[in-house]
Design a protein around this ligand. Structure first.
Ligand code: GLU
Length: 419
């Protein structure tokens, strides 16, 4: 797969913020406040290696937590484990979280954390030690009413359970609401595992109704086969869509007759990649982008759709499950080509919205059914879609700009009177 362009994600996020603020007529001082983070910390994470060439030695990893804004509620956002995590990236991702929680209209702010590590290079004991070290390092600045982390790229419910446990050891009492995305048996919410794609599916349904696109006529390609990409593929397949291509960091597979996502996942789990599934030839991201399809769903990392490839895209609609997959320059190209982009801060907001439901259940000592969670999620996603599409119609702007307008208006209201 081609290397994503390495332009600054934070610069891209700022461009999107400023574009939206301009359309919304936000005053320059308020915008200045929104351009800055409340707090950013970098932490050193020493762990003793129990495997690999450094076995027995202490190795120090680097972690970050960026808290962008708590004007609308406690900071909220995931923790990413990836070798390319950087300060720039967590700054961008936390700003996007502030915008996303505002679009979803949940009473939470924006934060994001990350550790520079390829988790595949750690054994399970090291992964646990690193997660616990990270928790101890950020414990003073997180908490159920301060900053509530969650999963993101390469982190999962088991890691969330370690983080909850370590936080409770440090602070000396139960605090299930300190983190979301926990396993259901450790205080997690039903449905949180699939919530990002379930929410995206509702956002897509809203758009599909507007666009008059029927499942049987809609061919889908998905970039990335992690949590969000896999469950979206599965959800679309089960709803009668033809999923014709999926990919992972090693490459893509294409079958215009349609793929069965569960079978592709079985193949990936056995061999580490989607490549080679059913004897299909190895393809690239470029091949996926050039497909004659109706819907393209980037569900991996930032900047994958950029000036190098935007022009080759033939899909009618792009739905962003990843955060920041499209650069602002690529957006301009797509706009000219009349490709409709359903932006990340709307399309993938189902994850954090269900995190909010988990946090609420923890605070009230309640346990909601999966059906309850999805009913509430559908209402929230429909309301967010309708607010965004309304601005897009009224102001004749892209959905990205419209979502930004909804977010900055709500944030500006919230920071009124703050000095
Ligand atoms: N990491 C997810 C996101 O980017 C979820 C965040 C959360 O649940 O707090 O939206």
């Amino acid at each position: 797969m081609a290397q994503p362009s390495n332009q600054s994600a934070f610069t891209n996020a700022l461009t999107q913020l400023r574009n939206a603020a301009k359309i919304a007529g936000i005053d320059p001082n308020t915008l200045k406040q929104l351009e800055r983070h409340d707090r950013i910390v970098e932490v050193a994470l020493p762990i003793r290696r129990t495997s690999g060439p450094n076995q027995g030695r202490v190795e120090v990893f680097t972690g970050f937590r960026a808290q962008h804004s708590n004007a609308r509620g406690p900071y909220k956002g995931g923790i990413r484990y990836h070798q390319n995590v950087s300060l720039d990236e967590v700054k961008a991702l936390s700003l996007w979280m502030s915008l996303k929680t505002a679009v979803a209209n949940i009473p939470l702010g924006g934060g994001k954390g990350g550790v520079i590590v390829n988790p595949k290079t750690l054994d399970p004991a090291e992964l646990e030690a690193l997660s616990r070290a990270y928790t101890r390092a950020i414990a003073p600045i997180i908490g159920p009413d301060k900053d509530v982390p969650a999963p993101d790229v390469n982190t999962n419910p088991a890691i969330m359970a370690w983080i909850r446990d370590e936080y409770e050891k440090v602070t000396g009492g139960p605090a299930p609401a300190v983190i979301t995305g926990k396993p259901v048996e450790a205080g997690g919410s039903e449905g949180r595992d699939v919530a990002t794609s379930e929410g995206a599916y509702y956002v897509w349904e809203y758009a599909a109704t507007r666009l008059g696109l029927k499942p049987a006529e809609t061919r889908v390609a998905i970039i990335g086969f992690g949590n969000a990409g896999f469950y979206l593929a599965k959800r679309m397949h089960e709803s009668g869509y033809k999923v014709v291509s999926v990919s992972d960091s090693r490459g893509a597979i294409i079958d215009m007759g349609g793929l069965d996502p569960d079978k592709v996942m079985e193949h990936k789990q056995a061999g580490g990649s989607v490549l080679g599934y059913n004897g299909l030839p190895d393809k690239t991201l470029a091949d996926q982008l050039a497909l004659e399809i109706e819907l393209l769903a980037p569900a991996a990392l930032e900047n994958q759709i950029n000036t190098d490839n935007a022009d080759s895209i033939k899909a009618k609609v792009i739905i962003e499950l990843a955060n920041g997959p499209t650069t602002p320059e690529a957006d301009t190209i797509l706009d000219k080509k009349n490709v409709l982009v359903i932006p990340d801060i709307l399309a993938n907001a189902g994850g954090v919205t269900t995190s909010y439901f988990e946090w609420l259940q923890n605070k009230k000592s309640e346990h909601w059914t999966r059906q309850d969670v999805f009913t509430k999620l559908k209402t929230a996603m429909d309301q967010a879609s309708s607010a965004v599409w309304k601005i897009a119609d009224d102001k004749k702007v892209s959905l990205r700009k419209a979502a930004g307008v909804v977010a900055v208006q709500r944030l500006a209201e919230a920071i009124k009177g703050r000095v």
